[in-house]
Design a protein around this ligand. Structure first.
Ligand code: 13P
Ligand code: SF4
Length: 354
């Protein structure tokens, strides 16, 4: 739907008044009405790097979700303020791994005698506490665009990986990119004593996957892939690695949001694509490339928007920008220094991956 012209004018005026003091980052899953005000757009890896590369900006307004704003705060200088226009923009996947649960899991691994040889690899989509845990235990953060490199690095440091919190990204990367078998992976369930695993299972596994998933991508099914192939002959199926393993195994291409965009950009006119990722991005790409004769459809018509990404809307963005322009800092996201120190080590390890 077209944005309210009054709000567009107000956002523009507030941004203009703030000038170089504000820098607006927009994740690819954000609404069109918000993306139009982003100084840069990107996947979570690119945005983390972009946030770190803006030491001049007093305010970083993060149009994305809470864990991304936390990561931006960790990677920016202390005097820079990171603003999340709606504090309720969380991530259900990140909420699936709490600091207490992960500390308990590490105790379970220690009891089983495998903690010494296990390297934690945590997906960007996790709280700063989980990133700090990762840093404390010599691990790395990864995103969907560098998960393979992160895992290869981790297996040079140790024998096993504890992958948090997205079981699908962990499994898909281990099997597709590192050639492991499904039997090399076990799932640690934080709601069961001992994670629901025996010490023998922990000793035999190479990948210990946390039982977390994305509530949006987890809903694409093998059936959606089969249906779209029947409906659109010659279609290329392109999905995000947060999708379930059987969906990824049935797809033609797999990659992060940035990869999806680049692939469609390079696709020839007349090609047909079914995309399994968040709907705001798929709609934007379908509109952008329709004129070039690329047919882009959403992989499953019953899957909907990421509700927390969508919480950042134009009214919230206008409210935040106008407050900053009036000299009031609102919705600042901060990470305490002790957490920041270790979380930063894990994030910097990611940025240093070969
Ligand atoms: P990427 O943009 O890194 O592919 O992340 C997808 C996602 O789910 C972000 O919340
Ligand atoms: Fe979290 Fe999934 Fe939404 Fe990304 S798309 S913010 S992983 S719930």
């Amino acid at each position: 739907s077209p944005s309210d012209p009054d709000l567009v004018a107000r956002a523009r005026a507030a941004k203009e008044q703030l000038g170089d003091r504000v820098f607006v980052l927009g994740h690819h899953y954000q609404r069109d009405e918000v993306i139009q005000f982003a100084d840069v757009t990107g996947d979570s890896f690119k945005l983390a790097r972009d946030a770190a590369a803006r030491p001049g900006a007093e305010y970083i307004v993060f149009c994305g979700v809470h864990f991304m704003a936390e990561s931006a705060d960790i990677l920016t200088t202390d005097d820079q303020r990171v603003i999340l226009p709606d504090l309720a923009a969380g991530c259900s996947m990140a909420d699936m791994a709490t600091a207490e649960q992960v500390a308990e899991a590490w105790d379970v691994l220690t009891e089983a005698g495998v903690a010494d040889t296990t390297v934690p690899v945590s997906y960007m989509n996790s709280s700063a506490d989980i990133k700090a845990f990762t840093g404390r235990h010599g691990g790395t953060i990864c995103t969907s665009s560098n998960a393979e490199r992160a895992l290869r690095w981790a297996f040079e440091q140790g024998e096993k990986v504890l992958f948090l919190p997205d079981q699908h990204l962990g499994r898909n990367t281990a099997v597709r990119d590192l050639g492991m078998s499904l039997d090399d992976c076990v799932v640690y369930n934080p709601h069961k004593p001992g994670g629901g695993l025996t010490a023998d299972q922990l000793r035999d596994a190479k990948m210990i996957l946390w039982r977390g998933h994305c509530s949006v991508h987890g809903r694409f099914s093998l059936e959606s892939v089969e249906d779209v192939r029947a409906r659109v002959p010659g279609v290329n199926v392109l999905v995000h690695p947060e999708c379930r393993h059987e969906v990824v195994a049935a797809a033609d291409y797999v990659g992060s949001t940035e990869y999806i965009i680049n692939t469609l950009e390079a696709a020839p006119a007349g090609s047909k694509w079914a995309i399994g990722t968040e709907l705001n991005l798929v709609r934007r790409l379908a509109n952008r490339y329709a004129a070039e004769g690329k047919e882009i459809v959403f992989l499953d018509r019953t899957v909907c928007f990421c509700s927390t990404m969508n919480r950042i809307d134009l009214p919230h963005l206008v409210w935040a920008l106008e407050a900053l322009a009036a000299g009031r800092t609102v919705n600042r996201i901060t990470v305490d220094p002790e957490t920041e120190k270790y979380a930063k080590a894990a994030l910097e390890q990611m940025l240093a991956l070969p």
